[in-house]
Design a protein around this ligand. Sequence first.
Ligand code: FEO
Length: 389
Amino acid sequence: MQAIEIKPNIYWVGAIDWSMRSFHGYSTSRGSSYNAYLIIDEKITLIDTVKTPFYGELISRISSVIDPAKIDYIISNHVEPDHSGSINLLITHYAKNATIVTSDPQGLKGLTARYGALKYKPVKSGDELSIGKRTLKFVATPMLHWPDSMVTYCPEEKILFSNDAFGQHIATSNRFDDENDLHAVMEEAKKYYANILMLYGKQAQSALKALSSLDIGIIATGHGIIWRKHILAILASYEKWSEGEIDDAKAVVVFDTMWGSTEKIAREITDAFTERGIAVSYFDLRCDHISDVITEVLTSKYLAVGSPTINNQMMPPVAALLCYLKGFAPKGRSAIAFGSYGWGGQSIKLVEDELRAAGCDIATDMIRVQNVPTKEQLKEIREKIISMK
Ligand code: FEO
């Protein structure tokens, strides 16, 4: 496996995870990549590593340029094992004298806990490291998305090694944004932001402010493609997403159903939103994944969640969605709970309680229908959605 030169003497030496379909619960239908970068200078420097099972791929790509034993520095921007997972193997088998550069104190703490006492060089935000003709400058990006997270900037090359920030879970043989379908890349960037970073909007805003003074020609991400042509587009998207900007003309309708009655209500709500000129993202939890729902929640004003009642509870897939949603604490969404039931009908109130607990505003009374909705009941539901603020 070969390294790919992204600038003279700077190489992508990462790994492509073509088969991954779940990243700790986030569905990754396009796979992913773990991006590592090798800089050949007076000090041979590796920026991040790869998930442990891909260690061989990393070594193979590095070896196509240089003996991995010659690595002087390993910059570890982030402790999470998809980026740090090969450090120990690399140090044990090849780069025995390499120094690991990590954020102070959280990176040092995290790496020490995982890999023991190695030769660490902790750095603070603003610290610089000369590696010969080039300088590496470190910028802390705490909670983007772990406490240890940092990015590394090389002013001579105008490259920002951004780790998780601006990444996407996408496996592709083309390394740059302009070599891929931009729509698919932006779709995955949005999904990535929603599922990994939505909770940390304030921290993302601080990071964008800290990066705004840098002259950036390339964003070399930790996952997916490298940005070189559409840098302004991805920065503008991060501004919008991190500000929590939502679209009044977008709604998410999501439900599970037992015998089709809650589905009928979902369809009626969808039609009513459509009549209002509000575009609906429609998710049936029997076949759609909660991480795709969250992607659309990121930019939608309205959220309608439906569940029938089973054993006095909501359906487990709806409970999973609402548990996941609560973790993101979305603000400013107008929500509505709905569902059908045979007797009891506790699920709809439980859904509404969870929507409130997630930080949503309840836009209108919950919709509860016993058994199968009649024509008249569907008409009432339509009118309720049409008159809802
Ligand atoms: Fe890609 Fe937070 O690890």
